[in-house]
Ligand binder design. Structure first.
Ligand SMILES: Nc1ncnc2c1ncn2[C@@H]1O[C@H](COP(=O)(O)OP(=O)(O)OP(=O)(O)O)[C@@H](O)[C@H]1O
Length: 230
């Protein structure tokens, strides 16, 4: 469904990702792992198009997306939840979700009911400003906003990063629910937790120094320990 081949992505003159080749099949949860600073977020930004890759190819459902804008990618079904969440703090929860709908080509006018079923806390907080929510609630809002547009591919950049430890399990449970209830949705997830990755993923990639250095259906702890912060 999604295939990046030798993507090279960076900031200005500095090339961070040198060999970003990954594949996500329909309905798969693929975990992208690796220590801090190895280039995971940069690769994800290249896939979403918020950074324009220097070289390489990106195909989605058999079509080249390499020259498409992030908006065009969103219209084709990419949903993106960046690190740091980037919700609108001065807008209400409901307004944040309505903005999510704008990224869908069909532009639905109402927030799907199932969004509030997945995220009951957002129904309770519907009229609160995004900035008044806790970190965990903001993360739920960011995921809900991306899902509201009904993407085919969800890009999640470390959704449990910076979340209070007692809330981490809640966010993980939500991702597990999404996987269960939307079996056709493909998810590319940047994740640091070895245990959670093992529970949720169908396939793994590990990056080191801007390159994919490990891929497979299993995480063999002995082989990969030195590549992760575990
Ligand atoms: N906006 C930026 N401008 C310049 N360099 C950047 C920028 N963002 C990240 N980098 C650099 O790119 C490299 C890779 O960062 P990236 O965020 O992709 O790593 P990561 O694997 O996602 O790690 P983390 O888990 O810490 O986010 C780092 O050396 C970082 O300093």
């Amino acid at each position: 469904m999604l295939k990046s081949t030798n993507l090279e992505v960076g900031y200005g003159d500095s090339v961070v990702v040198r060999e970003g080749s990954i594949e996500v099949k329909e309905g798969q949860v693929v975990c992208l792992m690796g220590r801090n600073g190895v280039g995971k977020s940069t690769l994800m930004k290249g896939i979403m198009g918020v950074l324009k890759p220097i070289q390489g190819e990106l195909s989605y459902k058999g079509e080249s997306m390499i020259d498409s804008s992030p908006t065009a990618r969103a219209y084709r079904g990419f949903g993106y939840v960046p690190q740091g969440r980037e919700i609108f703090g001065t807008l209400t929860v409901q307004e944040n979700l309505l903005i999510g709908l704008e990224t869908s080509e069909s532009k639905p006018q109402t927030i799907p009911k199932w969004i509030y079923e997945y995220f009951p806390v957002l129904l309770e907080m519907k009229n609160r400003k995004g900035g008044e929510l806790s970190g965990g609630q903001q993360q739920q809002l960011a995921i809900a906003r991306a899902l509201a547009a009904n993407p085919n591919l969800l890009l999640l950049d470390e959704p449990t990063e910076g979340i209070q430890p007692n809330i981490v399990a809640e966010i993980q449970a939500i991702i597990e629910t999404i996987k269960q209830k939307q079996p056709k949705l493909s998810i590319l997830l940047i994740e640091q937790s070895f245990d959670f990755a093992r529970r949720i993923a169908d396939y793994y990639y590990i990056m080191d120094n801007g390159k994919i250095v490990y891929k497979g259906k299993e995480l063999k702890e002995g082989e990969i320990r030195h590549l992760l912060s575990i």
